[in-house]
Write a protein that binds this ligand. Structure first.
Ligand code: SAH
Length: 395
């Protein structure tokens, strides 16, 4: 097996079992290793540090599979990791009213670059690094053995693939091809998911707990659901007895599915409005029209993909939070989120705080929100915590 030598003093994160080695930390590579091949990682004195997948094009040159020198990276390794990740979700499924969840959450489940989401009887996978890409046939075979599914579908079409030198790959991997819409059950709610064309693998499973939370505050209230996508928060609000729900998104396709989701849950469509609009502009129109709401959800797309974009992203978050806070009646609530991993929770809180100050409104945080339990964060991989939310009461 080829091996790579880490520069002196660049082994700190590895000793803390962080799975990434940046290309700048590599002193040398010995032997031949192609993209995705397994390499051993040693320090300049020859001490063994880990074993991982080699990626020649990425800034992350190695992603560690194992910190155990006696653990080979083979079929049994993948079977074991998959089995463990799936077993870890059993508690979540107790009660039997949940048939859509993330089964494998990449680095945080010890499988860098691999996402596997279950939507009822279909599995949807993303192979986002050369390491998991190389093991794709083995992973698909083991999955078929571990889980009863009608079909396994691939949605490797994220922009991050380019960094790994990979191209998009979308289509069935095993079994039946999924239908155009899969109906999923999430507690009291049902949703239709388009796993072929939807965002990520089709649905924002990570917001599951927060949907329920919106329901707790929605009864008899006017709810504005910004960046609504397929209307997840809107369904939760209407089911809880909201007076009105206003769903806003720029995508007509997302709004169509949001309408279907409302109907699927037998909710009163007369009290729901769908606006195809840019949220930044729509919030200004509401302001100019002196429209007010009691509950506002702000769940924008990722505003920052790189550190260079953080400042611009911060301005974006500040803008929508300021406008939204101004639209709230006294005693109203804003559920405000950021799914940009690069945006630290403390910076996000500062931005919301600045927005509240500029809006001239007294604001309390009454709850901090995060991603659902099927999107765990390994303590060795803090980057795995990407979704942050603040539930604020505004006076
Ligand atoms: N809240 C959703 C997920 C939001 S994903 C849920 O819980 O399912 C982000 C959404 O923002 C996408 O549907 C995208 O179409 C929409 N979007 C992106 N930029 C927008 C903009 N400027 N104005 C309105 N919608 C936008």
């Amino acid at each position: 097996m080829a091996f790579v030598i880490i520069k002196p003093k660049r082994d700190k994160s590895l000793k803390r079992k962080h799975p990434w080695i940046f290309s700048g930390a590599l002193a040398k590579k010995k032997g031949h290793a192609a993209a995705g091949d397994t390499v051993d990682v040693v320090d300049t004195r020859g001490s063994w540090l880990g074993r991982g997948a080699y990626s020649p094009t990425s800034q992350i040159a190695v992603r560690i599979w194992t910190f155990d020198p006696n653990e080979p990276v083979d079929r049994a390794f993948f079977r074991h990791r998959l089995k463990r990740a799936i077993a870890n979700r059993h508690d979540l499924k107790k009660g039997g009213r949940l048939n859509a969840l993330r089964l494998v959450n990449a680095e945080s489940d010890g499988l860098p670059g691999l996402i596997i989401d279950q939507y009822d009887r279909f599995l949807v996978c993303q192979f986002l690094t050369v390491g998991v890409h190389a093991w794709k046939p083995v992973i698909v075979e083991e999955l078929q053995d571990l889980i009863i599914a009608d079909g396994i579908f691939e949605r490797s079409d994220s922009p991050v693939l380019g960094k790994e030198g990979l191209t998009h790959s979308v289509g069935p991997l095993a079994g039946k091809a999924p239908p155009d819409r899969i109906a999923i059950q999430e507690g009291d709610f049902r949703y239709l998911v388009d796993v072929r064309n939807g965002h990520k693998t089709g649905f924002y499973l990570d917001q599951r707990d927060n949907r329920r939370q919106v329901g707790h505050y929605a009864s008899d209230r006017d709810v504005l659901n910004c960046f609504c996508y397929t209307g997840g928060f809107g369904v939760a609000a209407m089911a809880a007895g909201a007076r009105t729900v206003t769903n806003v998104d720029i995508s007509a396709g997302a709004l169509d599915l949001a309408r279907e989701n409302m109907a699927l849950n037998d909710l009163d469509s007369e009290r729901v409005t769908y606006l195809q609009a840019d949220v930044f502009k729509q919030l200004r129109s509401f302001r100019d029209a002196a429209r007010q709401f009691d509950v506002i959800v702000l769940d924008p797309p990722k505003f920052a993909d790189s550190r260079q974009q953080l400042e611009r992203a911060s301005r974006g978050y500040k803008d929508i939070n300021l406008l939204a806070i101004k639209l709230l009646r006294s005693g109203g609530y804003v559920f405000t989120f950021s799914c940009s991993g690069l945006m630290e929770p403390s910076l996000f809180q500062k931005i919301v705080s600045d927005a509240a100050l500029d809006a001239g409104r007294d604001t309390q945080i009454i709850q901090r929100m995060s991603q659902a339990a099927d999107h765990p964060t390994s303590l060795n991989f803090p980057e795995g915590h990407y979704l942050k939310g603040l539930l604020c009461r505004v006076w």
